[in-house]
Design a protein around this ligand. Structure first.
Ligand code: ZN
Length: 411
């Protein structure tokens, strides 16, 4: 997707601000002798930014606006190492809330909705982002945060929540709990806005059917405002991305070159108007593709496909490169198993081994099913995994993100 004249002018404005502030990236651009870009070709020569750079800028090296204009920071929840700190100006917060309001609007949510927010509040951008957009829309926020399923269900019934915001893992957990307790007729949910992790089509169907709601996939990352930078519309043909705030590229993760629209690659984002911490060509490591053509809804915002995984999710098994999403797609073809699965990779007797755990109910022949799944993986990907079939409900459910791939080779 070529950059427009207007976007190019916005990028130049951000380059000027970065250099003027002498911030982390300002210095980098200055060292590289870059003061502006005048064409798409020149834009492609701009260096990428990486999570590692952001860590190197800890604590406030990314701050590009004057301190008196910074109204808050957020921090990404990195499990290892130095956190990333992103400063926001009031305009950044307003822009984020407007993007998020637009997401709710595209999902058909109005100021008469009651929005039940289960993502966490704190340093990270999750809960607070859902809340910002909700208040901007004029809907009623129910700021639950995560955990305490009893309380969640109680509030959901008393307050007649109509929209559930959560991770897909927690939505599944709540859906199963509602089914188990037989309280579905007391629940008033109509829609779910689901963010922050990759989920399969099967899981989406499962949650949607159990709760009887329409589901919307929301996209975002802390480094780039937070959740709310794009969402799918009622046609469910990919997520619209707000290109008046962001410029999005898909690149080949190995060569760094842009790939043609429609082809899969890594999402790279440039913020066009962000003041607190503008980012130029930030490598998200999320894998997706631009969906070519126009959406039937008529909106002209570009679309990306559901996130397929992360470039760093790739596993190498017996010399074959595999993404968890490939296994997930195969499992999706077996009607008799649930949407939950677990992949364990270990190193046994000098060989890499993949074990896949799946769930089904007691009426299915476990051994026969395991054999069919193993054969399907062999024929589609090229190696034979060990498949273990267990009863539905045995695999772990989670309130946040469910760890579905466990690599035991380096323990
Ligand atoms: Zn659309």
């Amino acid at each position: 997707m070529q950059i427009t004249e207007k976007q190019l002018a916005q990028v130049n404005d951000r380059i000027k601000a970065l250099i003027k502030s002498n911030s982390f990236y300002g210095k980098k651009l200055e060292e590289a002798g870059i003061t502006e870009v005048n064409s798409y070709e020149e834009f492609l020569k701009l260096p990428f930014s990486e999570k590692k750079d952001l860590r190197d800028a800890y604590p406030l090296g990314l701050m590009t606006a004057p301190e008196e204009e910074i109204v808050r920071i957020h921090s990404s929840s990195g499990t290892t190492g130095t956190p990333v700190i992103i400063p926001y100006t009031q305009k950044d917060v307003d822009d984020w809330s407007e993007m998020f309001r637009r997401c709710y609007e595209v999902a058909g949510i109005t100021n008469m909705d009651r929005i039940h927010i289960t993502p966490g509040y704190g340093l990270w951008t999750a809960g607070i982002g859902f809340q910002l957009g909700c208040e901007k829309l004029g809907a009623m926020a129910i700021p639950m945060g995560p955990g305490n399923t009893d309380k969640q269900l109680e509030m959901m019934q008393s307050l007649k929540s109509t929209v559930l915001c959560s991770t897909s893992s927690y939505a599944l957990l709540l859906a199963e709990e509602i089914e188990k307790r037989g309280i579905k007729d007391k629940i008033h949910l109509k829609k779910g806005v689901i963010g922050s992790e990759r989920w399969s089509e099967k899981m989406r169907r499962n949650i949607s059917e159990k709760l009887g709601i329409e589901l919307y996939d929301i996209y975002g990352l802390t480094e780039i405002y937070g959740p709310g930078i794009g969402i799918n519309c009622e046609h469910n043909t990919g997520m619209h991305i707000w290109d008046d705030y962001l410029y999005l590229e898909i690149i080949d993760p190995v060569t760094g070159q842009p790939v043609p629209d429609g082809e899969e690659g890594e999402i790279v984002i440039t913020t066009l108007v962000k003041e607190g911490a503008p980012l130029i060509r930030y490598r998200t490591h999320d894998l997706s593709r631009i969906i070519p053509g126009k959406c039937p809804c008529g909106r002209s915002y570009p679309r990306i496909d559901t996130i397929k995984g992360r470039t760093d999710d790739m596993m190498k098994i017996k010399g074959v490169n595999v993404f968890p999403s490939q296994i997930e797609e195969i499992l999706g073809q077996f009607e008799e198993i649930s949407s939950e699965y677990q992949i364990r990779i270990s190193h046994l007797d000098g060989k890499d081994t993949m074990r896949i755990y799946v769930e089904t109910n007691g009426s299915v022949d476990f051994a026969g099913l395991a054999k069919r799944i193993a054969e399907k993986v062999k024929s589609s990907i090229g190696f034979t995994p060990l498949v273990k079939v267990v009863e539905i409900g045995v695999l772990p459910r989670s309130m946040k993100k469910t760890a579905r791939v466990i690599d035991e080779r380096y323990d």
